[in-house]
Design a protein around this ligand. Structure first.
Ligand code: UDP
Ligand code: MG
Length: 212
């Protein structure tokens, strides 16, 4: 397997068909073999039924179903454990992460980079509270931490298998995935992009989830 696309998702029934069609389109432009791993993080809408439908239509789709909502980080990690690809691409389900960027990520990977991440030039639609809390969090974290935690970098990235194996070896139970990506090292490259708004639904980060 060349590429594993890992998508953690919580209540994304409206975006999933379009997301998969989009990923398929990008992947078909290359000769790579690929799988798309949807990790359903305890959705309460019809997301799982849609994943099952996609699975009957395409042998590229793998679905993993959590019994309840554990959060994005455990969902991502579960995807890393299951991924068989030489590279793993992680992206959100709401199409805020444009799959076209994957072409450039793959180019950089072929040039020898191990961890290619998308850096947002803007943050897309979000509340004033969310923006302030996020930026305050990054600024405090930056001051407290010895490693550089990159602000405005989400979990949209391409990781060489070596990075994924390293992440799998870490024993942290409470994972701050963005921090761990920075901590593991490896040859990194950033790609800047303009973040759009969600295709449908709304962000699942409530005030208390963010504060936590
Ligand atoms: N997500 C998840 N579990 C959660 C919350 C979110 O798997 O408990 C997924 C969500 O479906 C999306 C991604 O994580 O694919 C990013 O979530 P969201 O769009 O809410 O975050 P934002 O884009 O606002 O940072
Ligand atoms: Mg989003």
């Amino acid at each position: 397997m060349d590429i594993s696309v890992v998508v953690p998702l919580y209540n994304e029934e409206e975006s999933l068909p379009e997301l998969f069609a989009w990923i398929e389109r990008v992947m078909k432009a290359h000769d790579f073999s690929y799988e798309v791993i949807f990790v359903n993080d305890g959705s309460t809408d019809r997301s799982w039924q849609i994943i099952e439908q996609l699975q009957t239509k395409s042998d590229k789709v793998r679905g993993i179903k959590f019994r309840r909502n554990y959060g994005k980080s455990p969902a991502l990690y579960c995807g890393f454990e299951q991924a068989q690809g030489d590279v793993v691409i992680t992206m959100d389900a709401d199409l805020q992460d444009p799959p076209e960027l994957v072409d450039r990520m793959l180019q950089y990977w072929e040039e020898g980079y191990d961890d290619i991440y998308a850096k947002r030039r803007n943050r897309g639609e979000e509340s004033w509270m969310r923006r302030r809390l996020s930026l305050a969090f990054y600024s405090i974290l930056q001051k407290m931490s010895r490693i550089d935690i990159l602000p405005n970098v989400g979990d949209f990235r391409l990781l060489d298998r070596r990075c994924v194996l390293t992440l799998r070896h870490l024993r942290e139970q409470e994972r701050y995935t963005k921090g761990l990506f920075c901590w593991i090292g490896y040859r990194k490259k950033s790609i800047e992009f303009d973040r759009g708004d969600r295709l449908a639904g709304h962000s699942s980060w409530s005030f208390f989830k963010l504060l936590n």
